[in-house]
Design a protein around this ligand. Structure first.
Ligand code: UDP
Length: 237
């Protein structure tokens, strides 16, 4: 399968059409942005790590019953995926308080929740990805009640599976963001990526940050952190 025309270029990925109208090629870049594009930079080798990590994790989720867009990895940066129409929601799960949650509600980073907290944002850069609830999503026709129910069930399943995988690597899954898409027949599948760009990952012993917060907060050691979590994941499989 080969790339045909560039369909879309986002902050971290390019998406190409292929000979098959139902399949696309996603190509991961080393570009990094934060704060809704205000901060820009490069994380050397990130594209390769995010591509490979996302594929490893999605393949595992798929085996455990979560449908995903993944077809197969084509090269270190490129992956063949099923074409979906993205549900314009950022679905966030929080196991511990961090980031915008800590700021908004005045809760110390690292405070653990008894039950994971699921949160939705409207995927809309112009509006700054505003927080919304299920009723808002239905009113805005972003998704149906049935779709939201499926998304919630899958997302909580994904959280349990990913927490287990990361725990076996000595890593705490603090929070993460996922996106879902609709296949032509309307089936909801996991899409986008699962990587240190979209997850908060802390060393279980030291609580050292091993994710994009190192870039967001100018902490240094960004490349090293991405390499370290990838290495730990590989060694745990
Ligand atoms: N996240 C993401 N894309 C976004 C916003 C958040 O992948 O546009 C991820 C982020 O990496 C973290 C989780 O979702 O793992 C929760 O992020 P939060 O709402 O705390 O936002 P942030 O503090 O990153 O702005």
């Amino acid at each position: 399968m080969e790339k045909q025309t560039l369909l879309y270029e986002g902050k971290a990925k390019k998406v190409y059409t292929t000979q098959d109208p139902e399949l696309l090629i996603v190509s991961y870049k080393d570009d990094a942005t934060a704060f809704n594009g205000l901060k820009k930079g490069t994380i050397q080798g990130k594209g390769v790590i995010n591509n490979q990590m996302s594929n490893l994790l999605m393949a595992r989720l798929e085996r455990q019953g979560v449908p995903t867009h993944l077809v197969r990895e084509l090269s270190p940066r490129d992956t063949l995926v099923r074409r979906v129409s993205i549900v314009p929601l950022e679905v966030i799960v929080r196991n511990l308080a961090a980031g915008s949650f800590s700021k908004r509600y005045g809760v110390e980073e690292g405070t653990a929740f008894e039950v994971p907290a699921l949160e939705l944002s409207y995927k809309n850069d112009e509006l700054g990805d505003p927080l919304l609830n299920d009723d808002h999503a239905v009113a805005l026709k972003l998704a149906t009640r049935e779709e939201l129910a499926a998304i919630r069930t899958y997302t909580l399943q994904i959280d349990r599976m990913l927490q287990k995988i990361w725990a076996s690597c000595g890593v705490i899954l603090v929070d993460f963001k996922v996106e879902f898409g609709r296949l032509p027949d309307g089936t909801i599948v996991l899409a986008d990526e699962i990587s240190p760009d979209t997850c908060r990952l802390w060393d279980a012993q030291t609580r050292e940050k091993l994710d994009k917060d190192r870039f967001r907060r100018d902490m240094g050691g960004v490349e090293e952190a991405y390499c370290q979590v990838m290495e730990r994941l590989r060694n745990s499989l």
